[in-house]
Design a protein around this ligand. Structure first.
Ligand code: PMV
Length: 351
């Protein structure tokens, strides 16, 4: 199944530094639950963010014993280095030169670490892009399309949702009959001609409700789906949700879109509440913000809505059109007070 990505045995390595940048993404239909080798239990679709990025420089020192050193914003991160070392060993068949040298990886995020914005997605995306740059210098160039696809494939093996960060726009990962060419192994862009204009300019403002350590890591969270009695039904529902999602993306039906996206977020959290052990990932502020959003929508009819990842912070979504100024004013006046330190990360999704 993965033979198309097996690496070339003929290579010439040399010491080299490459730099790459990769954005984070936010899922609309969520990936939560997986099988061996990072195969998702259901397809997912996400928006790639425009501002929240990881910038990475990778120094490869050829023909020295394999080791990895990582620096996050200049500070040495031993745990992260161990993770990357394990990851590199794991992908050797796809990049046969990968263990033939020493690495110094310098990385920095353009967004606060504590924000709960998926730094593993942008982080592994940037690392996979650096690896593909090295691969092409050592084994010969391939087409941009092939290179991106392999980077998406490789980043998935680091962090599942990372594979969607390699492309801009609306991105699908996981096989579904609703999206031609979709795969469990890598992500593909959702066809632009099938997307209504309203979805091509969207805001994502992330309210930092809680800036501490996440109460459940995504590894633990995915794992809990293995014993959750509702998991199969959830996977099935996510698959089914691609049908209305496809219709809505084409028609621009904002009301249905909002219902679908909020339902997906609440379902992810409900699954965690029904796990053993149970986790409640929302904080008081999360609930207050959600209720205020619902009141605001009832009163004004304006398209402000939310999604959540596996944490307390709220991603506020709203289109970049005539209504955005009124929505922004409401957020500043009513919602910011529920954050820990007036923390908000303002991003856009434009393509
Ligand atoms: O890529 P992971 O293993 O960190 O999983 C991320 C899962 C969610 O962010 C909660 C949902 C998603 O589809 O991105």
């Amino acid at each position: 199944m993965t033979t198309q990505f097996i690496g070339k045995e003929n290579f010439t390595i040399h010491t080299q530094t490459v730099t790459e940048s990769c954005p984070s993404n936010i899922a609309l239909i969520k990936y939560w639950g997986k099988y061996a080798d990072q195969i998702p239990a259901n397809p997912s679709i996400s928006y790639t963010l425009n501002h929240c990025k990881t910038n990475t420089s990778m120094e490869f020192i050829a023909n020295e014993p394999f080791s990895v050193q990582t620096l996050l914003s200049g500070n040495e991160e031993v745990k992260f280095a161990e993770k990357i070392e394990k990851y590199f060993r794991n992908i050797e068949q796809y990049l046969p030169w990968i263990l033939k040298g020493r690495y110094i990886i310098r990385t920095e995020n353009t967004f606060p670490h504590s924000s709960g914005i998926a730094s593993s997605a942008s982080g592994f995306g940037a690392i996979a892009k650096c690896l593909m740059k090295l691969d092409e210098t050592f084994t010969g160039e391939i087409s941009k399309e092939e290179s991106l696809r392999k980077a998406s494939f490789l980043s998935r093996l680091g962090s599942g949702s990372a594979c969607r960060s390699l492309y801009n726009g609306l991105i699908v990962w996981g096989e579904t009959d609703e999206v031609e060419g979709s795969s469990d192994l890598f992500a593909v862009p959702y066809p632009e001609t099938e997307i209504h204009e309203i979805f091509k300019n969207f805001n994502d403002w992330v309210l930092l409700i809680h800036e501490g350590q996440k109460s459940v890591s995504s590894t633990v969270g995915h794992g809990l789906m293995n014993t959750n009695p509702y998991a199969e039904r959830r996977f099935q529902e996510a698959r089914e949700n691609f049908v209305p999602m496809k219709e809505v993306l084409k028609s621009g039906d904002m009301e249905r879109f909002i219902k679908l996206v909020e339902h997906e977020a609440l379902t992810l959290h409900a699954m965690m509440m029904m796990s053993d052990p149970a986790f409640i990932l929302m904080k008081t502020g999360t609930l207050e913000v959600i209720n205020k959003i619902w009141d605001f929508r009832r009163e004004t009819g304006l398209p402000l809505f939310f999604t959540l990842d596996a944490g307390a912070n709220v991603h506020l979504l709203f289109p970049g059109n005539d209504s955005e100024d009124q929505i922004k004013a409401f957020i500043e006046a009513e919602l910011l007070q529920h954050t820990q330190k007036n923390g908000v990360v303002k991003d856009v999704m434009r393509f």
